[in-house]
Design a protein around this ligand. Structure first.
Ligand code: ASP
Length: 345
């Protein structure tokens, strides 16, 4: 029998550990340790599980960058004592947190698996048990004495995704997440089927660096037919604004109105980083493919390629926090750092 991997379960909040307030009918956070007793099955897993909970578990809609740092610090402090980490998190902002943690952990060589559920763990029809048990199994999966997964992932409803590729697509279905531009890394059926070719292979054997400086002075500007000059102008003149995720149409297209392009151009001149991300559920930005994106490319808008908006937000906050020289920002943003983008051939 091989040595049992040690897994740290980190409870941050979310439906998985909530109970119903029978007075109001609303779900609220609860003491997770008590709820863990409801799944004695986890004692059968071939691993040692220890758990820790945020002092005040939260609904993930209340997540802030300071909570990301808190989660990162729990993992950082315990990094050498455990073989893998499972983070229990509300599904609403799980894709954002998983993306952010992926950027914050450079040279990660252990699994960090995010999971949660659509129904509380105590509910008769809960999806929590399968999500939790399989996440722990994945976090403890080893091959040749080395963890199979060495990246930040999200597990939900029989699929393991790269965390920074995910997006929440449904508020009711058990299959709440998808990864529009990257296939699942593992599927859970009778066996766990890992796809070795898709799993992130760390480039270096350097030691772990945890970066915690996330800059919040950014905005998402989603364009729509009829968007006015006043709206764009006022968004771009927000005090201290440092970055914009520009959600464009299709392959990265936007209105070619002079006022629109010139407002963006002025913002870029002032040092604001503007990233082009598509509003489409899947596919990539290809600036220059249509006339309506040629101008954006000319004025220095950064391409997000096939990055999700969640991941773009996290990457922008992270790179702004790294104080990268302005002339290198675009090159670094357009580089895949943690497998978050693939560039078209
Ligand atoms: N509102 C909850 C949260 O994100 C939903 C969930 O856990 O699925 O914390």
């Amino acid at each position: 029998m091989t040595k049992k991997p040690k897994i740290l379960l980190i409870y941050t909040g979310g439906t998985i550990g909530m109970v119903k307030d029978y007075k109001t009918g609303a779900l609220k956070t609860f003491n997770f340790n008590k709820l863990l007793n409801q799944i004695p099955e986890i004692n059968q897993l071939h691993c040692v599980i220890e758990s820790i909970s945020l002092k005040k578990p939260i609904d993930s809609s209340n997540m802030n960058t300071s909570d990301w740092v808190l989660i990162a610090e729990i993992i950082e402090i315990n990094y050498n004592s455990y073989d893998g980490f499972v983070v229990l998190h509300g599904s609403d902002t799980m894709a954002y947190t998983a993306s952010a943690i992926s950027f914050m952990f450079e040279n990660l060589s252990k699994p960090i698996i995010f999971t949660g559920s659509q129904l509380p763990i105590g509910d008769l029809r809960t999806d929590a048990k399968e999500n939790l048990i399989t996440s722990i199994q994945i976090a403890s999966a080893v091959e040749n004495d080395s963890p199979i997964i060495k990246e930040v992932c999200l597990y939900f409803e029989y699929k393991l995704y790269r965390g920074n590729r995910t997006t929440k697509i449904n508020s009711e279905h058990f299959q709440a997440f998808t990864s529009p531009n990257y296939p699942p890394l593992c599927e859970s059926g009778v066996h766990l089927k890992f796809d070795r070719n898709l799993i992130f292979k760390p480039h270096s054997k350097e030691s772990l660096v945890v970066r915690k400086n996330m800059v919040k002075d950014i905005v998402i500007l989603k364009i729509f037919p009829g968007i006015t000059k006043e709206v764009v102008k006022s968004i771009l003149s927000i005090e201290n604004l440092k970055g914009v995720i520009l959600e464009t149409y299709g392959a990265g297209n936007a209105p070619s109105d002079k006022w629109f392009v010139s407002l963006l151009k002025d913002a870029i001149k002032e040092g604001i980083q503007i990233v082009n991300v598509t509003q489409c559920a899947g596919g990539s930005v290809i600036m220059g493919q249509y006339e309506t994106s040629v101008q954006l490319q000319k004025i220095g808008v950064i391409s997000g390629f096939d990055i999700t908006t969640e991941s773009a937000i996290a990457k922008l906050m992270y790179l702004l926090g790294e104080k990268i020289p302005k002339n290198q920002f675009r090159i670094i943003f357009e580089t895949s750092l943690r497998g978050e983008i693939s560039k078209p051939n």
